[in-house]
Design a protein around this ligand. Structure first.
Ligand code: UD1
Length: 424
């Protein structure tokens, strides 16, 4: 039996949530440890399932992690990577987490070889890695696809190059940036992703001795260096977790203090759209207070790469707009199959029509509890949010999706007066 969450609504969130370290920053940072034979210490790492999967992968390669728990939700991880003796990411790990591809750049750069299993199908859409591979080839690597594996090698090292990404890719930018760090000469990445998680990775790499500039803009310049050294780095807060709890305030007519970072600049378009919806944001010490105005106005949204509206908050926002006073529209521009939560929200009484990558959401007066199934990470949090607002009992199946990206949900909500039950 898979774990389930049971929620009896309606409930109101009222309190303070300490936002964890960002999953999408921690994963590339953990992979970056492979670039040096000196250790890397990462603070503020959230104990998420995806983080554990990346640690398993690094251990499989020969890395030795030392983990200390600062609290239930905050860990410090030191990685020793001086005895890496395996260069393969096996299918068993890649199928659980596609971000496993992030070891490709660091291993190629430091050891001149890497094999990664090809990722299989994915629930939110085809997730190709062609741009990662083209980037490595541009840096001089030989790349072969054989027996379900990417075989990449650069026996004489990588060489800097100019790479113009045809579309913006977050992990693609991170992977090629890490590969270029130890390459000879200068690499210029054009149309690079500008996400805060890329900036965090580049800042950490620079502390390790890399020479990267332009991160946070669409042109990143990397001057290759010979080696990297030890550093200590604190992972930035998880803007998607912060956005999810902000929506909890909106959907439950409540109020939440999000603590741990400058969430206005981490989520510029999200905050702007949520202000149009009627949420009230107030700057507080080391965070942001989010309060419901008691009214949910409809709004039109399209997902884009940073600083646009994040696709990783699309499902949660849709849950909120189901209760808006009128018609909203969402255009999903990043992933082609990211509306699987729609069928589940409809089971709770939502009125949503889908045409390809476009969803029309006609606000209803209320949602009702129902048995539903989580289909992917962010879809699962949209169901938790709807269940908090719905009348009656909702049982959410397959919450292992939630555990990939949200830690201590039950505890964090309990701290804000909200009760959810986990059934194993
Ligand atoms: C990252 C995030 C994920 C988020 C996504 C978009 C991590 C670990 N995950 O995923 O949570 O939803 O950014 O913000 O940071 N593409 C190609 N070829 C490639 C790579 C990507 O065609 O080689 C396409 C994808 O199909 C997609 C688009 O580019 O349509 C953006 O994908 P990308 O930014 O690469 O997503 P991820 O880095 O996998």
């Amino acid at each position: 039996m898979t774990a389930k969450i049971e929620i009896v609504g309606p409930q109101r969130i009222n309190g303070t949530v300490h936002i964890s370290g960002a999953k999408n920053a921690a994963l590339p940072l953990l992979a970056a440890s492979l670039l040096s034979d000196d250790s890397l210490t990462l603070k503020n790492v959230s104990p998420l399932v995806d983080v554990k999967t990346m640690l398993n992968l690094l251990e499989e390669l020969g890395a030795v992690p030392h983990i200390t728990s600062d609290s239930l939700d905050f860990q410090t991880i030191s990685l020793k990577t001086d005895s890496i003796d395996n260069f393969t990411a096996p299918y068993e790990i890649v199928k659980k987490m596609r971000a496993s591809i992030l070891i490709l750049g660091p291993l190629l750069s430091r050891f001149g070889m890497c094999m990664v299993s090809l990722p299989g199908g994915c629930s939110i859409g085809v997730r190709p890695i062609d741009l990662h591979l083209k980037g490595m080839q541009a840096l001089g690597a030989n790349v072969d696809l054989r027996d379900g594996y990417v075989h990449a090698s650069a026996p004489h090292g990588l060489k800097g190059a100019e790479i113009d990404f045809p579309i913006v890719t977050v992990t693609g930018t991170e992977n090629v940036m890490m590969a270029a760090v130890l390459a000879s000469g200068t690499t210029v990445l054009k149309n690079a992703a500008r996400e805060p998680e890329i900036v965090d990775l580049a800042n950490c790499l620079n502390k390790m001795g890399a020479d990267i500039s332009g991160h946070g803009t669409s042109t990143i310049v990397i001057n290759g260096v010979n080696s990297l050294h030890h550093t200590e780095h604190s992972v930035i807060p998880d803007r998607i977790e912060a956005g999810t709890y902000a929506i909890a305030a909106g959907i439950t007519n409540g109020c939440v203090n999000l603590i741990g970072g400058d969430f206005r600049s981490l989520l510029p378009s999200f905050v702007e759209k949520m202000e149009q919806v009627g949420l009230i944001f107030t700057d507080i010490d080391n965070g942001l207070r989010v309060e419901s105005s008691g009214h949910i106005a409809p709004v039109d949204i399209q997902t884009e790469s940073y600083p646009g509206f994040p696709t990783d908050l699309q499902a949660q926002t849709m849950a909120l707009l189901c209760l808006a006073d009128g018609e909203s529209n969402i255009q999903e521009n990043i992933w082609e199959n990211r509306f699987m939560h729609v069928a589940e929200l409809s089971r709770m009484g939502a009125n949503i029509e889908i045409h390809n990558a476009h969803a029309k959401i006609i606000g209803v007066n209320g949602l009702k509890g129902a048995p539903v199934m989580a289909t992917d990470l962010r879809a699962s949090s949209s169901l938790v949010l709807s269940a908090l607002a719905a009348n009656g009992k909702t049982v959410i199946d397959r919450v292992y999706h939630l555990d990939r990206g949200y830690s201590c949900v039950k505890e964090k909500l309990a701290g804000c007066g909200v009760v959810i039950d986990r059934i194993q």
